[in-house]
Ligand binder design. Structure first.
Ligand SMILES: C[S@@+](CC[C@H](N)C(=O)[O-])C[C@H]1O[C@@H](n2cnc3c(N)ncnc32)[C@H](O)[C@@H]1O
Length: 167
């Protein structure tokens, strides 16, 4: 929906997995617009590429196989007018710092799982295995909402959607 609303020319996604969210983004892109999506799991990215091709959007999607923390510093310019962050929760702050540098004023950033099933919003831990990610998201959410270079909000939709505009 955000892709349809903002009609971005260049979208950056961090965390492709098998291409589910990427398909929604790619299908909503106008002619000539592109999605660049980063995934560190080669098997997942292979499935994603098949899915993009089968859906007829392969030509709109540029995939990068690698660790986003290594890929992002190598990208340059204010080239992405929309970004979707949905990878390792403990790394969100680092992704965001890189992503903001790659976007012009007015660029839109969307971040998934900021409420983390309530665990990042004062709710109980679902399992000990989420302890680190929940702590990281509590810290990240403060950082995200406090950044002066963003106008940011966390929407209680789904698992918590971060929505920001680069100032
Ligand atoms: C929640 S899944 C993404 C789901 C996808 N965005 C969707 O909605 O269909 C998170 C993905 O991020 C990938 N990932 C985690 N850390 C990463 C990193 N540092 N660099 C690149 N990919 C990463 C994982 O391999 C996993 O496939």
């Amino acid at each position: 929906m955000m892709t349809l609303i903002t009609s971005p020319k260049n979208v950056l996604e961090i965390g492709t997995a098998t291409g589910f969210s990427g398909l929604f983004i790619a299908r909503a892109l106008k002619d000539g617009a592109k999605l660049t999506t980063i995934e560190r799991s080669a098997p997942s990215l292979g499935i994603a590429k098949e899915n993009f091709a089968r859906a007829g959007v392969g030509g709109k999607v540029y995939t990068i196989c690698g660790d986003a923390l290594k890929v992002l510093p190598a990208l340059t310019g204010n080239q992405y007018d929309m970004a979707f962050i949905d990878a390792q929760k403990e790394e969100y702050e680092e992704y965001l710092t890189h992503v903001v540098k790659l976007m012009p004023a007015g660029g839109v950033i969307i971040i998934d799982n900021l409420l983390w099933h309530g665990q990042a919003a004062g709710g109980p831990l679902i399992s000990a295995k989420y302890e680190e990610s929940a702590k990281a998201l509590i810290k990240f959410n403060k950082h995200f909402l406090g950044r002066r270079d963003l106008s940011a909000a966390i929407l209680p939709v789904g698992d918590g959607i971060g929505l920001a505009v680069v100032m």
